[in-house]
Design a protein around this ligand. Structure first.
Ligand code: ASP
Ligand code: MG
Length: 447
């Protein structure tokens, strides 16, 4: 039996972290590991930035050298001779120069540039492991059998990848170190699976090989009842269900993106979240939905939320009113998290980080044509996840009592799309207090 071990960018940020990763891999050699890696922390962002700048006429040489030097420094500290990456380094310079000369950046070229991060990190890890006697072999996503559609920037993995992966990876005698995040389409163009896509790679490969477990190595101990930075005595869960993990991910809990582990969960392959800073900790196992689950799982929150309220002036939520509002948001590519409606108003929350301010201004001026618009900035979404939420008035009473006792005004409430969660929006300055108090109420004095 095999396991897949996936390491993210922070786990590979420098020589010391890489050494730590190698020690963790060593501790699992008897379980036949296949390793999936992200780019060195921050490198993907830098690559994207260099490509965008080059397309605007900024000479990319300096940025490319900065990226290359991050890797040279790591190789030097690991005592690796860095000839083996020279061709790839040249390639990065050439590709960025092409964009610079043409002043043109397609999504396809952007994927090509983004792919360098994982190529560099995987080659470094494989040669370092080999240099200390753990014979490894670097493979790019496409060499491991992954084929995607041509939707550059967030490509979908095609079904034929599964038998391909089995063919490519089943009988390797060296430890495979596979690039996360990157693949190729049927025409041989490099594609990427969306930001954070290395988890997705791990999950696809783990599923294709029907491994015993997929380990996702991060920098947190697993899934807890709340963010330990807000609630120091938050409790760590040994297991959570996939549906619960999905709900938690949606509103700020630092767990996996649900889409990325779906292939594994579908095939009943357990996914374990572990901490490279604390490898002794057993982490949290994400399982299919048949495990026993407690009433409440977690309280998470997401800051920097803006509420937009549109109050229809002359129509009582007349036919087409909602559609018009969503059309406007759609036009300006602004995504909405929570919606709640009353007789005459529609309130929506927006994630500031994801919406460009210019688009937001444009959207607001169009919204003003259909109603009064009110904007409330600096709010937070607080989200409670657990099966206990389902249709239990008593629970709502408990939650609102906590708000009432603290004099906290709830701006919006939404029972999640699934019956597993409830979210409400409060002013940002109230959110920490509220989370602490709710944690006490739901987890610390439960009967
Ligand atoms: N390096 C890619 C990113 O930063 C993929 C990943 O980290 O999973 O999005
Ligand atoms: Mg990452």
């Amino acid at each position: 039996m095999m396991i897949v071990m996936k390491f993210g960018g922070t786990s590979l940020a420098n020589a010391e972290r890489i050494n730590n990763v190698v020690n963790i891999i060593k501790s699992r050699l008897n379980r036949n590991p296949l390793v999936v890696v992200s780019a060195v922390g921050g490198v993907t962002d830098k690559l994207i930035c260099a490509a965008k700048e080059a397309s605007k006429g900024i000479n990319p040489t300096e940025k490319a050298n900065e990226i290359i030097n991050i890797h040279r420094d790591i190789m030097k500290s690991l005592n690796l001779d860095y000839d083996f990456l020279e061709d790839d380094f040249m390639n990065l310079h050439d590709s960025l120069n092409g964009i610079y000369l043409l002043k043109e950046l397609s999504l396809r070229s952007l994927d090509l540039i983004s792919s360098f991060g994982e190529v560099f990190s995987s080659k470094i890890l494989a040669s370092y492991m080999t240099s200390i006697g753990i014979i490894s072999r670097q493979l790019c996503g496409w060499e491991s059998g992954i084929i995607t559609d041509g939707n550059f920037g967030s490509a979908e993995v095609l079904e034929e990848s599964y038998p391909n992966i089995k063919d490519s990876l089943s009988n390797l005698d060296k430890i495979p170190i596979v690039t996360g995040f990157i693949a190729k389409d049927r025409d041989g163009n490099i594609t990427t699976l969306g930001r954070g896509g290395s988890d997705y790679t791990a999950s696809i490969i783990g599923s294709a090989l029907n491994v015993q477990e997929i380990e996702i190595w991060t920098d947190v101990d697993g899934i807890k009842t709340a963010d330990p930075q807000i609630v120091p005595n938050a409790i760590q869960w040994g297991t959570v269900t996939f549906n619960e993990a999905s709900e938690m991910a949606y509103f700020g809990a630092r767990v996996l993106h649900p889409k990325t582990i779906k292939p594994a969960v579908k095939r009943q392959i357990p996914v374990r979240i572990l901490n490279t800073y604390n490898p002794e900790n057993k982490g949290t196992l994400v399982l299919n939905d048949d495990v026993e689950n407690p009433m409440f799982r977690s309280i998470s929150s997401k800051d920097n939320i803006t509420i937009i309220r549109v109050c229809s002036t002359d129509m009582l939520l007349a036919h087409g009113f909602l559609a018009k509002i969503f059309e406007i948001f759609n036009k300006y590519r602004i995504s909405i998290d929570i919606v709640s409606t009353s007789e005459v108003t529609v309130s929506m929350t927006l994630d500031n980080i994801n919406s460009s301010l210019k688009n937001l201004d444009l959207a607001i001026s169009e919204l003003k044509e259909i109603g009064n618009v009110e904007i409330l900035k600096d709010t937070s979404i607080v989200c409670i996840v657990g099966r206990g939420i389902r249709g239990r008035l008593g629970v709502l009473g408990r939650i609102f009592n906590v708000c009432k006792n603290e004099g906290i005004n709830v701006e919006m409430v939404s029972q999640g799309a699934s019956p597993l969660s409830i979210s409400f929006v409060v002013k940002k300055e109230d959110s920490v207090k509220l989370i602490k108090d709710l944690h006490k109420e739901l987890f610390e004095n439960d009967k």
